[in-house]
Design a protein around this ligand. Structure first.
Ligand code: PEP
Ligand code: MG
Length: 770
């Protein structure tokens, strides 16, 4: 956990010291063996630094619909959850309900003041309550109380808010654990090949590991039988256990550190649930008790892990269920460490993971744990998990064949991303062939990148700008290696998606700087948060909708969750200082939405100058054209904006009414559909000469027929996945603008898919891309 950096000019020294000193808290967290102890240290430390008589943490419990007192320094009361407040009850409940800090000089004069019975709370005059939130998720309230009236200042409110925001993720996990403690009361088809959709051309060779079934029930760890001549020694088993526990902890901490270079977005978070469990004394204590009662260390670990997996796996809450997998991973790791099996490469090396569905954060975890590949049910067209797998270079295949879930663990598998195929139980000759292909493909992709052209001109000398779509920070390096003319689309929702939460303004600023800084003088288009549709956040669950693609998506979500939007804009402006920054709004359907979003940028600039922070005060502002509605108003949008970018992934989906993630209708999602070509032509006509300000950043920019069509229609700027830049540049440099212009005109005269495909066949232009 790191504390947000705070502008020292703006903070009083006492609070500044506390905020910067959060390393102290982290250290405490690492030493503590139980969640409750950790919470207790939090309140003790905050009360000490803030010189307050009382500091308490109340956590909101979904099941009870109440705030439960979970830790307090100063209130003489048990913290077992028996002190409860309804949202709206007392100053604490009010702060929670209204999601705002409340500071009272004399609490007893506040009409909402409601002392907790039995602890003479009236003696404390000054009261400060700050809600603990994680994006839209309300977690609880952090309070300070003091006998001296009027002792808390607005600086204290700011400091407490910053602490609450830093603690939010840990406290959220804490409540889940505490709640769980209290609550503790297809047959294998002969598959040989399965076709699917692969987001990349990667090859993976490994053995099958099914992580869970369709019903999300998690497999549990098998208990190994004891050897015939086994003699039990409690001391020996306890020693083995202690070693395995500390080794596991060290391994996880090292993995977390190593992750920072690969997936900076989540480095500090991805193994936090694992570590939290390890530090929880109830978890390890239960294992020790079992050993003392006669179990071997392995039996003890397995049985405790299994009981947790069952508990977590049974929960309604999807985010809690996700943690069952973390615990299972932890169990496997501990068992391996007990057996002293050194898996230097990580948990899943050599294994191809099969799951019915997958969260973006899980894709990152699997990649960090060196999984060889991933097979998931669903469509891989442009779904974000697919984009993520591609960025992480994790070979993946999305299939509709549910029987993959019945493949026996350990079965040899091969994913061939070039052929979009999974081989189940291939013979050794096939494996050898693929091993050679894998070695060659590694070498050749490096060669393709190294040989990538710097500039990109058509045969008749027209300059086409090829920019990069960046999902993860690590893509920036590839974009530079491929001489991208800038970043045409930074999908800023990825840090949110892979973390499954809302990073703070400071965290976002740091992450965006890692995108913008390496790009020097090149322009960088940062798109504001585009969640919703297939980009669901766990934390965003209250917006589960029957038709998420037609619901709270993109700019609609941001404008409705204005605090999140404002924080993000501030972070983008701060990170973009000194750079050619462009801010782009997704899913714009009206001028009104664009204006509202633009106003927020100006508002953020005002605020930032008042806060005396450095920021980019002249960003270019633009809108994505990804809805038919935006095509209709594109002329006016072009006048009001500094630039526009066509998101063909969505524009095709909304034009054809084909869900871009639905595997059953994937074949209907065609970028060369006549209606798509006509919508695009209509857009180009509507924007007129502003076509210079129009780029295309959807996947179709890289579909040969569409590349020709777009350049033939006057587009001069394309933005694609950085992996695709070398081949796209080569392809463009073989085109002649006069010829592609004729090609574009010819295509527009054709009105059926069949005719278009016949024409493309005749011209030798491929169109069956996924
Ligand atoms: C698009 O819709 O084409 C696009 C680039 O945005 P995303 O794929 O992130 O929805
Ligand atoms: Mg889109």
């Amino acid at each position: 956990m790191q504390i947000d950096s705070i502008n020292p000019n703006k903070k009083d020294a006492k609070n500044f010291e506390l905020l910067c000193n959060m390393a102290e808290l982290t250290a405490l967290f690492e030493q503590k063996s139980s969640v409750s102890e950790f919470l207790q240290d939090v309140v003790r430390m905050v009360a000490g630094h803030m010189h307050a008589d009382v500091c308490s943490v109340y956590l909101y419990n979904d099941t009870h619909g109440e705030l439960l007192l979970r830790a307090t320094k100063g209130l003489n009361h048990s913290q077992d959850g028996s002190v409860r407040l309804k949202p709206g009850e007392g100053i604490t409940g009010k702060s929670f309900e209204e999601s705002r800090p409340i500071r009272e000089g004399r609490a007893s004069q506040n009409p909402f003041f409601k002392p907790i019975p039995g602890i003479e709370e009236e003696q404390y005059q000054a009261f400060l309550a700050v809600p603990i939130r994680r994006g839209v998720n309300r977690i609880g309230v952090l309070t300070l109380q003091d006998k001296r009236p009027n002792v808390f200042t607005s600086q204290d409110t700011r400091a407490l808010k910053a602490i609450a925001s830093q603690l939010a993720s840990t406290l959220e996990n804490a409540e889940v654990l505490i709640e769980l403690y209290q609550g503790q009361d297809a047959s294998l088809k002969t598959l040989t090949e399965v076709d699917g959709t692969s987001p990349s051309s990667g090859i993976a060779i490994g053995s099958a590991l099914i992580l869970r079934t369709r019903t999300a029930s998690f497999r549990t760890l098998p208990i190994p039988p004891r050897e015939a001549n086994f003699e039990f020694s409690e001391t020996h088993e306890l020693t083995r256990f202690a070693h395995a526990l500390s080794h596991t902890k060290t391994q996880l901490e090292q993995m977390q550190q190593a992750l920072d270079n690969r997936v900076a977005e989540v480095a500090d978070l991805i193994f936090s649930a694992h570590l939290l469990m390890l530090r929880d004394e109830k978890f390890s204590g239960a294992m020790q008790e079992k050993i003392q009662a006669g179990s071997t260390a392995d039996e003890a670990v397995i049985s405790v892990v299994n009981s947790y997996v069952e508990l977590f796996g049974r929960q309604e809450n999807i985010r809690v269920r996700e943690k069952a997998q973390d615990i299972l991973d932890l169990g496997y790791r501990m068992v391996r460490n007990l057996a002293k099996l050194e898996h230097v490469k990580g948990d899943y090396s050599g294994q191809i993971i099969i799951v019915p569905d997958i969260f973006p954060s899980e894709v990152v975890k699997l990649s960090a744990q060196n999984a060889a590949g991933l097979v998931a049910l669903g469509s891989g067209h442009t779904a974000h998990v697919a984009l993520l797998a591609r960025s992480l270079k994790l070979p993946a295949l999305f299939v509709s064949e549910e029987s993959v879930l019945s493949i026996q663990t350990g079965t040899p598998l091969i994913i061939d991303g070039n052929q979009d195929r999974l081989y189940v139980g291939p013979g050794s000759d096939v494996i050898t062939r693929y091993e050679t292909a894998l070695r060659n493909s590694m070498g050749s992709s490096t060669a393709v990148i190294e040989g990538c052209k710097k500039d990109c001109f058509t045969t008749d000398g027209v300059d086409i700008q090829v920019m990069a779509n960046v999902n993860l920070i690590q893509d920036v390096e590839l974009a530079l290696s491929c001489h991208a003319n800038g970043i045409g689309l930074y999908r800023s929702e990825f840090p949110f998606l892979v973390r499954n939460d809302f990073p703070s303004e400071e965290e976002q600023t740091r992450l965006y700087k890692r995108v913008v800084d390496p790009m020097g003088d090149y322009e960088v288009v940062i798109r504001t948060l585009d969640v919703g549709g297939d980009k669901l956040l766990g934390a965003h669950q209250q917006y589960r909708e029957a038709n998420p693609f037609l619901g709270f998506r993109g700019i609609r979500f941001s404008l409705a969750n204005i605090d999140i939007f404002r924080e993000q804009i501030r972070a983008i402006l701060r990170a973009g200082q000194g750079h050619r920054l462009k801010i782009m709004f997704p899913m714009i359907s009206s001028l009104d939405e664009y204006e509202a979003a633009k106003d927020e940028v100006f508002r953020a600039m005002d605020e930032l100058s008042k806060d005396e922070l450095e920021f980019n005060d002249a960003p270019q502002l633009g809108a994505m054209i990804e809805l038919p509605a935006a095509v209709e108003i594109a002329g006016e949008l072009a006048e009001k904006t500094d630039f526009l970018s066509v998101g063909t992934n969505d524009l095709i989906m909304y034009t054809l009414a084909v869900d871009r993630t639905n595997e059953h209708i994937g074949g209907m999602y065609k970028s060369h559909h006549p209606a798509v070509l006509r919508v695009l032509s209509r857009l180009f006509k509507n924007v007129g000469t502003s076509i210079n300000h129009l780029s295309v950043c959807g996947e179709a920019a890289n579909h040969p027929a569409l590349t020709k069509f777009l350049i033939g229609s006057g587009i001069r700027k394309l933005s694609v996945d950085p992996n695709k830049i070398p081949t796209l540049k080569t392809y463009i440099s073989e085109q002649n603008t006069a010829a592609v212009s004729t090609f574009a005109q010819d295509l527009q005269t054709l009105s059926s898919i069949r005719d278009i495909e016949a024409y493309l066949d005749e011209q030798g232009v491929p169109y069956n891309h996924v």
